[in-house]
Design a protein around this ligand. Structure first.
Ligand SMILES: NC(=O)c1ccc[n+]([C@@H]2O[C@H](COP(=O)([O-])OP(=O)(O)OC[C@H]3O[C@@H](n4cnc5c(N)ncnc54)[C@H](O)[C@@H]3O)[C@@H](O)[C@H]2O)c1
Length: 351
C-alpha cells in the first residue's frame, strides 16, 4: 500500500477542448499523483455522479462519492485535490481542515471573496497539521525559475520594477500576480492602486472579472509592479518584463519567434536563455507542483505554494478591485470581507 491516500473533490468532465466553463483540472492533477510511488488515488467525489464515475474509470480509482464530506469521513485521505470552481473553494477547504486532512491542494483562485480568503488563512494557521497549498504550477517552469536565478545572480543589478500584462487579474491574472511575487522573493505588497472597467462581461469558472484594468503595486522592499489587464493584453508587450538597475529580463508569450527568456545589460545586446522547450504553461509544471506538495508532506518542509503566499497574491488582486471601488490607494493589509468586484457589479457601479 502506498504511503499517501489521495482523494479528489470535483472531477470535472473531459471534453475535446477545455474552456472557461470546464477545464477538468482533476484530469491534470491525477496523472501527477499516479506517477509518484508514494501516492495512491483511492477515491473521488463529484456532485454529478457520471463525472466521478468517468474519472474513476480513466484513472482506476476504486471508490466514487457524490458527497465529498462523506468521502472525507469514510476515506480519511492524506491528500485532497480540490478541483472545483472558486465559489466552492472556501467551504471545501474548511471542511478538509476540519476533517484533519494533512495536505489540501486547492485550485486557484483562492476564493470568491476576500473574507473567505481570510477565513481559509486563519483556519490553516490554526491547524498546523493541515498543509494548505494552491496550484500555481507555473512557478516550477524553466522561464520563471531561470528568470529568478538571473535576478538573484545580479545579472540585471538590483530589481526595481516588474511590468506585466494579463487577460484579467482574478482568473488567469492571479497566476501572473503570484509569479511577480515569486520573482520579487515572496515580498508582501505595501499598497495597491488600480482601476477596472466592466463594459463587457467576462466570466471564468463562474466568477466575474474585469474587462480591462490597470494595477500599480508597491512592495515592502521598494520594488514596484505595474500590471495591465484586458483582452488586448498582448498589445502591452511581453507578459513579464523585469527592470533592474543594470538591465532588463523579458519572458515572452510564446517560444517563437524569439526566445522564451532573454536578458540584457545596459549598452549590450540581448542574451537568450535556453528554457528547454518550456513555455508559460508547461509541460510538466503540474507534475512538479504536486511532487513538491507531496515532498513537503513527507519532509515537513513548507511548500512555496503555501496559503501564506497565495494570500499575498489575493491581497493584490482584491486590493486592486478595492482601490477601484474606493477610487484611491489601498494600504495593505486591508480588512474587507466581501468581493469589491461582485459588490460593484451588484450595485451597478461596474457596468
Ligand atoms: N491551474 C491552472 O492552470 C488552471 C487552469 C484552468 C482552471 N483552473 C481552476 O481550476 C478550478 C476548477 O475548474 P475546472 O474548469 O477544472 O472545473 P470543471 O468544471 O472541469 O469541474 C468542476 C467539477 O466540480 C463539480 N462540483 C460542483 N459542485 C460540487 C460539489 N458540491 N461537490 C463535488 N463536486 C462538485 C462539478 O460537477 C464539476 O464536475 C477553477 O478554480 C479554475 O479557476 C486552474
Amino acid at each position: 500500500m502506498a504511503a499517501y491516500r489521495v482523494a479528489f473533490i470535483g472531477t470535472g468532465k473531459k471534453k475535446p477542448q477545455p474552456d472557461l466553463n470546464g477545464y477538468f483540472m482533476a484530469y491534470h492533477h491525477a496523472p501527477a499523483y499516479k506517477r509518484l510511488p508514494d501516492c495512491e488515488v483511492v477515491a473521488c467525489a463529484d456532485i454529478v455522479r457520471e463525472h466521478a464515475t468517468a474519472f474513476a474509470a480513466e484513472f482506476a480509482v476504486p471508490r466514487v462519492y457524490t458527497d465529498y464530506r462523506q468521502m472525507l469521513e469514510c476515506e480519511k485521505p492524506d491528500i485532497v485535490s480540490i478541483c472545483t470552481w472558486p465559489h466552492l473553494h472556501a467551504q471545501m477547504t474548511l471542511d478538509c481542515i476540519a476533517a484533519g486532512v494533512p495536505a489540501i491542494h486547492c485550485e486557484k483562485p483562492m476564493a470568491l471573496t476576500f473574507g473567505e480568503c481570510r477565513a481559509m488563512l486563519a483556519a490553516a494557521a490554526a491547524a498546523p497539521g493541515s498543509k494548505l497549498t494552491f496550484n500555481h504550477q507555473r512557478r516550477f517552469g524553466a522561464p520563471f525559475r531561470k528568470a529568478r536565478e538571473l535576478l538573484t545572480s545580479g545579472a540585471i543589478g538590483t530589481l526595481q520594477r516588474l511590468e506585466s500584462a494579463a487577460g484579467d487579474l482574478y482568473d488567469g491574472g492571479c497566476h501572473w500576480v503570484d509569479l511577480l511575487n515569486y520573482l520579487n522573493g515572496e515580498t508582501a505588497a505595501e499598497w495597491v492602486i488600480g482601476q477596472i472597467d466592466g463594459r463587457e462581461r467576462r466570466t471564468a469558472f463562474g466568477a466575474p472579472s474585469e474587462w480591462q484594468g490597470v494595477c500599480h503595486v508597491r512592495y515592502r522592499n521598494g520594488v514596484t509592479a505595474i500590471i495591465f489587464t484586458g483582452g488586448n493584453c498582448r498589445d502591452f508587450g511581453p507578459p513579464f518584463r523585469l527592470v533592474g538597475s543594470e538591465g532588463l529580463i523579458e519572458i515572452a508569450w510564446d517560444p517563437t519567434p524569439g526566445p522564451m527568456l532573454r536578458y540584457l545589460r545596459w549598452g549590450q545586446d540581448w542574451t537568450a536563455v535556453d528554457c528547454a522547450g518550456e513555455n508559460l504553461h508547461g509541460p510538466g509544471y503540474i507534475e512538479r507542483a504536486i511532487a513538491d506538495i507531496v515532498d513537503c508532506l513527507k519532509t515537513g518542509r513548507t511548500s512555496e505554494l503555501c496559503v501564506q503566499n497565495e494570500m499575498k497574491a489575493m491581497e493584490i488582486v482584491f486590493g486592486c478591485y478595492e482601490s477601484s471601488r474606493r477610487r484611491g490607494r489601498v494600504d495593505l493589509p486591508m480588512d474587507i470581507s466581501d468581493s469589491p468586484i461582485l459588490a460593484m457589479i451588484a450595485s451597478g457601479e461596474l457596468r
